[in-house]
Design a binder for this molecule. Structure first.
Ligand code: SAM
Length: 165
């Protein structure tokens, strides 16, 4: 097989991200609870979430605001700070309440990703509702969640889907 270039990998990740989010929107239709966006970044996936889930309370987590101006979340929807602390605050305000968490916290470095996966695996079960979904760019290891197969249009291993038990 031809080697996958960085461009190929980016394309596959974005295709998988889009397919997983689209699938998740349908799955949570009859579920109450807020949606959490972990990693505002430039605001691309936040824009996607607010467009496709216009009636949902969406809370966004990042240590900084560095997004397209028209993708800046309202102040009262932003958990600004290090994810260790902000997810712990969110778990007190919304204990096991989120219907969907989209976690897009990966970077280019393996060390960051390994540490972030471990951190999120520990913290996310405290905020996701039973039956709620986690759509993640990084693989997670959580006892209290089942791993789901990816929907059509997403290649296994390019994104990760979990349902909280
Ligand atoms: C891949 S980007 C998010 C991309 C975004 N979802 C988009 O579509 O534009 C990852 C984000 O995670 C944030 N981040 C990384 N480590 C963090 C940490 N420890 N606490 C809070 N935010 C962090 C970075 O600031 C960055 O904005």
């Amino acid at each position: 097989m031809t080697k996958l270039t960085r461009l190929d990998k980016l394309r596959l990740r974005l295709e998988a991200q889009n397919a997983c989010l689209g699938w998740a929107f349908g799955q949570i239709e009859n579920m109450d609870g807020p949606v959490f966006e972990l990693g505002l970044g430039h605001g691309r996936t936040y824009d996607h979430l607010r467009t496709y889930l216009p009636d949902r309370d969406i809370f966004v987590f990042d240590r900084e605001i560095d997004c397209y101006e028209d993708c800046t979340p309202p102040d009262d929807r932003m958990f600004l700070g290090n994810i260790d602390e902000t997810l712990q605050s969110a778990s007190k305000r919304f204990p096991r309440k989120a219907a969907l968490v989209h976690s897009d916290m990966g970077s280019y470095t393996e060390a960051h990703n390994a540490a972030m996966s471990a951190k999120l695996s520990r913290l996310l079960p405290e905020v996701v509702a039973p039956g709620g979904l986690i759509v993640s760019d990084l693989p997670l290891a959580m006892d209290d969640a089942e791993t789901l197969p990816l929907p059509p249009g997403a290649l296994e291993g390019r994104y990760f889907l979990y349902r909280a038990l």
